[in-house]
Design a protein around this ligand. Structure first.
Ligand SMILES: [Zn+2]
Length: 281
């Protein structure tokens, strides 16, 4: 299979208020796009992430503070979606995957969380991937907000290569630890973003990773709430560039920020088309 989609209807029903409205319409648009054929592109229904892995990733005080949070269950289900998508890729059942979520993850640190995030879906999943024997991981965070939670988990781990785009200013690279922060400023255009993406992916070429994650926040679109000014044109180009760099290693897209329904309805099917090798359709 070329692309596995992991989706649960609870994401649109119980997801974080800002994020959830886009979920069902974008999934329906994806199903109507014709790209999901049940052979090359298939949909899977995730289960909640195993609680022992969530507990291993986060501190006991954070787990305690989440106990009565109304978004707790959908956040654990979101981590389960990322985990299922990644397992399908890591075991060779799918070349790539797109994981829907109901909450985001990249602002969730080990002991705290903010910004529509509760548990760090990718960090929890990496614990599972390590159980499967994977070690070297590339994370490309294209959400325009700084992925501080992901950095908290992996900032000192050179086996996780973290390219972190954000709408602040300046670039800060720490090659010894494989941390690359790329501030594009407020209102970055398609050309500015894609040029910086190309250069940063060059940096990752010599890093012998086994699987790659894209923290996919479409709040980077000019109509959405994040700090970039991207047009619809940027998303399939971004996906092609990343797909080319990843090659035959596994690639997992993880839905992150974004609230605009019309943006999600276009960019998610476009990305899946690229992953399926059906772009332009
Ligand atoms: Zn964001």
């Amino acid at each position: 299979m070329k692309v596995a989609i992991t989706y649960h209807e609870d994401f649109g029903r119980d997801g974080f208020s800002v994020l959830k409205e886009r979920i069902r319409p974008s999934f329906e648009a994806l199903m109507e796009s014709g790209v999901v054929d049940g052979i090359d592109v298939q949909v899977f229904k995730p289960s909640p992430a195993p609680i022992e892995l969530v507990r291993r990733a986060h501190t006991s005080s954070h787990m305690e503070s989440m106990e009565t949070d109304p978004y707790r269950d959908v956040a654990i289900l979101s981590a389960g979606s990322v985990m299922m998508a990644s397992e399908l890729v890591a075991t060779g059942q799918a070349e790539s995957a797109f994981a829907y979520t109901g909450t985001a993850g990249h602002h969730a640190s080990r002991g705290s969380a903010w910004g529509f995030c509760y548990f760090n879906d990718v960090a929890i999943t990496i614990l599972r991937l390590k159980e499967l024997g994977l070690k070297r991981i590339l994370i490309v965070d294209v959400d325009p907000h700084f992925g501080d939670g992901t950095r908290d988990f992996f900032g000192n781990d050179p086996d996780v290569f973290h390219i972190n785009f954000h709408s602040g200013t300046g670039e800060k690279h720490d090659p010894a630890k494989n941390n690359y922060d790329i501030g594009l400023g407020f209102g970055a255009s398609d050309e500015k973003f894609l040029g910086a993406l190309r250069s940063s992916l060059e940096l990752a070429k010599d890093f012998d990773f086994q699987i790659a994650f894209v923290i996919f926040g479409h709040d980077s679109h000019q109509d959405d709430y994040g700090g970039f000014n991207l047009t619809f044109d940027a998303y399939p180009r971004m996906a092609q560039m990343i797909k080319q760099t990843v090659g035959d290693k596994g690639l997992v897209y993880v839905l992150s920020g974004g609230s605009c329904v019309h943006v999600a309805k276009q960019v998610i099917p476009d990305v899946v088309r690229v992953l399926a090798g059906r772009w332009p359709s």
